[in-house]
Ligand binder design. Structure first.
Ligand SMILES: NC(=O)C1=CN([C@@H]2O[C@H](COP(=O)(O)OP(=O)(O)OC[C@H]3O[C@@H](n4cnc5c(N)ncnc54)[C@H](O)[C@@H]3O)[C@@H](O)[C@H]2O)C=CC1
Ligand SMILES: O=P(O)(O)OC[C@H]1O[C@](O)(CO)[C@@H](O)[C@@H]1O
Length: 405
């Protein structure tokens, strides 16, 4: 039964009825008794969700499967902007999970919704931005201010989140248009300091009241960096699934080492305890073994151009380690793998990839000379398809060099 608060059901509007929208955000609100309205651009998905008023979610791990119906839900197409604005006017909270590239495009309809709220005398709206994008609030705020024609700070709170739950595209018996398979992990830390109103009483939403940046960095530079490096290593061995990749000892060794380097950087830069961070790394490696989830290296590694930007997982982790002055020999291998992946993209010849690395990673210092040499050797070994044991030997040969720490 929908939650009755102050005599009425609480309502959430969720932009993006994809993996995260259906597999994570809507189920959290729904379990707390909220009504969810999705907004999406896929006609077939919108009409199925709206027509059926609910959908199936199955939670899977290596011990089994548990099915649940998520309802009641409604769905609107983004082009139906008057109805979307009306839904925003009635909403107690909103969320986005549309993909980083689509986030600024939401600004016009959001601005229309904010105007409707002002006219109706409704208070400010809070939004959870569920995107793997550093500074998603800044990106949306700039687009929103432009669409609104002025500062929107008092009208809408834009809260960054750290989405740890892994949700692949459904396949096999789960490959229904609206059905979704998820892992059991279901905590969503979010930046509570960015809200305009009170923190919602929704179990699983974890308010972080200070230094949210630490959680954002942990997610992007430990979880996403390790996951992505694992995906690119999987490509080297023609392994399709994430669980297959993490079952390979060489791959697991290299990825764990890189994640621990990044975790050391997060600990030093943000003052997080190293013990729980190491536990987090081990827990993630265990979660990657979820065979039932059927997550693929292709999904986890897709879009290397975005993933090789300076504020994204690979180069970002490298820069964080440099800033923290902790070793980054294995993260460097992750960057070399990402660089090679980038070379397969149109418009990214080897010379451009090398210039990209030089531009973002190095300055003119002695420490950088050593780091630059190591990365060049690692990239060369990747290009040659050398056995990974040669990468391990190359890293080990560097440990005692003075530039390393
Ligand atoms: N799938 C996962 O395990 C995780 C995904 N993320 C992040 O969450 C975000 C969403 O990812 P997924 O749900 O996996 O993607 P998805 O591709 O499964 O879903 C995105 C949905 O947004 C819809 N959409 C696209 N443009 C739209 C627009 N302008 N307005 C409304 N809907 C629009 C699409 O039709 C699609 O249904 C991304 O930023 C991703 O990086 C983060 C952590 C985990
Ligand atoms: O969604 P993106 O940014 O392409 O990256 C995939 C990442 O998203 C996740 O699915 C969820 O955090 C991670 O498992 C993975 O590292």
């Amino acid at each position: 039964m929908p939650e009755q608060a102050a005599g009425r059901t609480r309502r959430a509007v969720v932009f993006g009825a994809g993996a995260v929208g259906r597999g994570f955000i809507a189920p959290l609100f729904s379990a707390a008794g909220w009504h969810v309205t999705f907004v999406d651009v896929m006609d077939a998905l919108v009409s199925r969700l709206d027509g059926e008023g609910g959908y199936q979610q199955v939670t899977v791990d290596n011990r089994g499967r548990r099915a649940a119906t998520i309802s009641p839900v409604a769905a609107l197409h983004l082009r139906n902007s008057a109805a979307v604005a009306a839904a925003l006017c009635e909403a107690d909270m909103a969320a986005t999970c549309v993909g980083a590239a689509h986030l600024p495009g939401l600004a016009p309809v959001l601005a229309e919704g904010l105007r409707a709220r002002q006219r109706a005398g409704r208070g400010a709206l809070d939004m959870l931005l569920c995107e793997n994008l550093h500074d998603a609030p800044g990106v949306l705020r700039r687009a929103l201010d432009a669409a609104h024609g002025g500062d929107t700070t008092s009208l809408v709170g834009l809260s960054a989140t750290s989405i740890g739950r892994m949700i692949p595209r459904a396949s096999g018996e789960d490959a229904d248009l609206t059905g979704v398979a998820v892992e059991p992990y279901a905590q969503l830390p979010y930046d509570a300091a960015a809200l305009r109103g009170n923190a919602p009483d929704v179990p699983g939403l974890v308010p972080i009241r200070e230094n949210f940046e630490a959680y954002a960095d942990r997610k992007l530079y430990v979880h996403n960096m390790g996951h992505c490096m694992l995906a690119y290593l999987a490509h080297r061995k023609s392994l399709r699934y994430v669980w297959e990749a993490v079952a390979d000892l060489e791959l697991r060794y290299l990825v764990r080492a890189a994640m621990l380097e990044s975790a050391a950087a997060v600990s030093r830069v943000h003052g997080m305890e190293p013990g729980p961070l190491q536990h987090h790394v081990n827990d993630l490696l265990h979660r990657f073994t979820n065979r039932e989830l059927g997550d693929t290296a292709q999904r986890v590694g897709q879009d290397p151009v975005r993933k090789m930007q300076p504020d994204d997982r690979l180069i970002g982790a490298y820069l964080l380690c440099k800033r923290a002055q902790v070793p980054f020999l294995h993260v460097s291998l992750g960057v070399a793998l990402g660089a090679h992946q980038l070379e397969t993209e149109a418009g990214w010849p080897a010379s451009e990839v090398e210039a990209h690395l030089e531009r973002h990673l190095f300055q003119d210092s002695e420490r950088d000379d050593g780091a630059r040499r190591l990365l060049a050797d690692q990239l060369q070994l990747v290009r040659e398809g050398a056995p990974l044991v040669e990468q391990i030997a190359r890293i080990d040969a560097e440990y005692l060099e003075p530039w390393v720490v």
